[in-house]
Ligand binder design. Structure first.
Ligand code: AKB
Length: 316
């Protein structure tokens, strides 16, 4: 990768990935884009509506990029609330981005998710290649997206690559409209109030990962030798399988009187129950050396420290 266009650059992954790419590949080589302008833009920024057929193509051509990292999408709970909008953004945006990559002969990354699995998928140690019959609009979009990326590779030779992200935890930009968002909210509430009411029930396991590991995974996969990649798109990756009580325990080791309560949201609980409890990341390890550096305790220590600093800065 030398010159990269990022869509959805103001989102949870995009805001941190853009900064990391700028420091790795040079500020002048990263074109950040989103549907709206940031309040105080840094570096090159372009407004792109991914649902407009030519927006991505025109900006990719204008800057002569060699790679598109396509992140613009609605997450699971929002997609369930607005399924038709989700189809238009998640699928319409993806096909427009893939067309731009095809026309301009670009490398291409887009994330899939643990949401691409469904209730009939094996729940524990979910294999890389397995039954995928998701019951959410987000899941339908993700499975179709994985297949579409495979298709653009086999039919048109586009160098498409991707991972199935678990819930991503970070202190920089809040996620919005996801099922795993509780695993970010819990840290803010732990610091602000010393307690958190979880909308996901005790005992509900989902895969999770700290954002620095997710960013490294994107870059590592994109820089991987293509001859080693058998799966290309939709590699299972994970750092931990955790339920709300595991976050409560890890936070409790740092803030001893932290309390976790439960008030379950049936929609997000239903989505969570349709996803695996833990996925198997062996293919990503074997084919491009994926490895996560953070477990729940090292992540918790870092999250709490960074959020405290952030709250202090914001209130100064
Ligand atoms: C969500 O909860 O929708 C996302 C995801 C796991 O894809 N964080």
């Amino acid at each position: 990768m030398k010159k990269i266009l990022v869509t959805g650059a103001l989102g949870q992954i995009g805001s941190e990935l853009t900064e990391k790419l700028r420091s790795t590949y040079g500020e002048e080589n990263i074109i950040a884009s989103d549907i709206r302008r940031p309040e105080s833009p840094t570096g090159i920024f372009e407004e792109i509506d991914v649902t407009k057929e030519k927006d991505i193509y025109e900006i990719a051509k204008k800057y002569n990029v060699d790679t598109i990292i396509h992140l613009a999408a609605l997450l699971s709970a929002k997609a369930e609330a607005f399924p038709k909008v989700a189809w238009e953004i998640n699928m319409g945006g993806l096909v427009n981005a893939l067309e731009a990559a095809k026309e301009l002969k670009l490398k291409f990354f887009t994330p899939s998710s643990i949401g691409a699995f469904g209730p009939s998928t094996p729940k524990d140690n979910t294999p890389q290649d397995t039954l995928q019959r998701p019951t959410t609009m987000y899941g339908v979009n993700k499975v179709a997206g994985e297949l579409l990326c495979d298709y653009y590779y086999s039919r048109f030779g586009v160098d498409t690559r991707g991972v199935r992200f678990p819930g991503l935890i970070s202190y920089v930009t809040a996620p919005g409209g996801g099922t795993t968002d509780y695993a970010v909210e819990v840290y803010y509430e732990a610091i602000r109030k010393g307690r958190y009411t979880s909308y996901i029930a005790q005992g509900t396991h989902m895969d999770m990962m700290y954002m620095p590991d997710a960013l490294n995974a994107i870059i590592q996969l994109m820089e991987a030798d293509p001859d080693r990649l058998k799966h290309r798109n939709a590699f299972n990756i994970t750092a931990m399988s955790a339920a709300p009580e595991h976050f409560a325990e890890a936070i409790g080791r740092q803030i001893p009187d932290f309390e976790m309560n439960y008030q379950v949201d049936p929609v997000r609980q239903g989505i969570a129950e349709s996803w695996p409890d833990s996925i198997n990341a062996d293919a990503a390890k074997e084919e491009w050396g994926f490895e996560a550096a953070h477990d729940i305790d090292s992540m918790t220590i870092d999250m709490l420290e960074k959020i405290r600093e952030k709250i202090k800065r914001d209130s100064a």
